[in-house]
Write a protein that binds this ligand. Structure first.
Ligand code: AHR
Length: 352
């Protein structure tokens, strides 16, 4: 009798545990189904808040927010791709990670956007995802940096700066500045703060400068190292350069934010820079804050990189909407600034 009772209790326990497990597993399935449902619910573009039927939907995968230039670029897209201008912008900040950009592009494809705008962090690794966008019939417009792919048909077009030209012009500026200083026969020791390695802006600026460096046998490149386009890293690398090399004549800094960090490091080491200082500083971007520093005598020359690409991209989209052909490569106009110019006046008109 006792044994029978034990068997009945054990059976009841198995039934209870079984149904509890069932509940848990049903709840889990429901949760997963809800999560998938939530993703699918986000999918129809008509459900996006504030979007109307006529809006052109643009998915933009931005590099990150590593520099003043980058922030000006983001603002340019946000200002251009507004509802008033007929757009619905899906903006993603990839935080300087290519894997995030790959996800962004795939999500844009899932959401069936009308256009994908991509500022690729580095040049390689895009073939597969761009093929997916092409197969989905979504035009991809590259901005600022570009890609190295087997087949250029994988993207519609590219708009941005001629980075190699920027680097070459920086080298030529240094050549004529040293001549003006009557130092053309001196040994000139140079260090370079490079941008994010493998990005188009880093590759182009390094190569462009290298062409002039190779032609100047008295110039010595002590070291090139990446400061990742950020102020903090720029300072860290410059601190290191200053403790490794006793005499540095020139710093080539591949963007303004690294230059800000480099100036901090130079001053902390008890040295000075700019036209009246110990070290010549050449920078890229020419954002307002850098031109202010140039006005204060800390930067010698700055080669512009134009971040206002939103209007160019909008123009390209409008032409594509009308069924017109667009050119594959669009270079934007750029200039340079140096400390001999009327910076007071230049700064009055500077937009970024
Ligand atoms: O690709 C453009 C570069 O990226 C800019 O020079 C720099 O400031 C940015 O982070």
């Amino acid at each position: 009798m006792r044994k029978k009772c034990i068997r009945i209790v054990a059976l009841l326990m198995i039934v209870c545990v079984g149904s509890l497990c069932g509940c848990v597993s049903i709840q889990k399935q429901d949760k997963e189904a809800n999560q998938r449902g939530a993703l699918e619910e986000e999918k129809p573009l008509s459900d996006l808040p504030g979007k109307n039927r006529d809006h052109i939907v643009v998915g933009f995968s931005q590099v990150g927010s590593e520099s003043d230039w980058r922030n000006a670029s983001t603002e340019s897209f946000r200002n251009m791709f507004t509802a008033e201008n007929g757009y619905y912008l899906l903006y993603e900040d990839a935080q300087q990670k290519q894997e995030n950009q790959l996800k962004d592009v795939r999500n844009f494809i899932l959401q069936e956007v009308d256009y994908i705008v991509l500022d690729p962090i580095v040049e390689t690794g895009w073939d597969t995802v761009l093929k997916e966008a092409k197969d989905a019939g979504i035009p991809v417009i590259l901005v600022d940096r570009t890609v190295e792919v087997e087949n250029d048909d994988l993207y519609t077009c590219w708009v941005g700066s001629n980075f190699e030209e920027e680097g070459r012009r920086a080298g030529e500026w240094l050549e004529s500045y040293l001549k003006w200083q009557e130092r053309e026969n001196d040994r000139i020791r140079i260090v370079t703060l490079q941008g994010t390695l493998e990005s188009s802006s880093q590759i182009g600026r390094t190569q462009g400068f290298l062409k002039v460096l190779d032609a100047n046998k008295k110039w010595e490149m002590l070291e090139r190292r990446s400061g990742e386009f950020t102020q903090a890293k720029g300072k860290e690398v410059m601190d290191d350069f200053l403790s490794t090399y006793k005499d540095i004549d020139v710093v080539i800094s591949e963007n303004d934010n690294m230059t800000f960090g480099a100036i901090e490091a130079i001053e902390a080491a008890g040295k000075s820079c700019g036209p009246a200082g110990d070290i010549i500083v050449i920078s890229f971007d020419a954002v307002q804050a850098a031109l202010e520093l140039m006005k204060r005598g800390k930067i010698n020359a700055d080669f512009e990189c134009n971040p206002i690409l939103g209007p160019f991209v909008s123009d390209i989209i409008q032409r594509l909407e009308r069924g017109q052909e667009v050119e594959k490569i669009h270079y934007v106009q750029e200039q340079y600034f140096d400390a001999s110019m009327n910076l007071e006046e230049i700064l009055k008109k500077r937009e970024y």
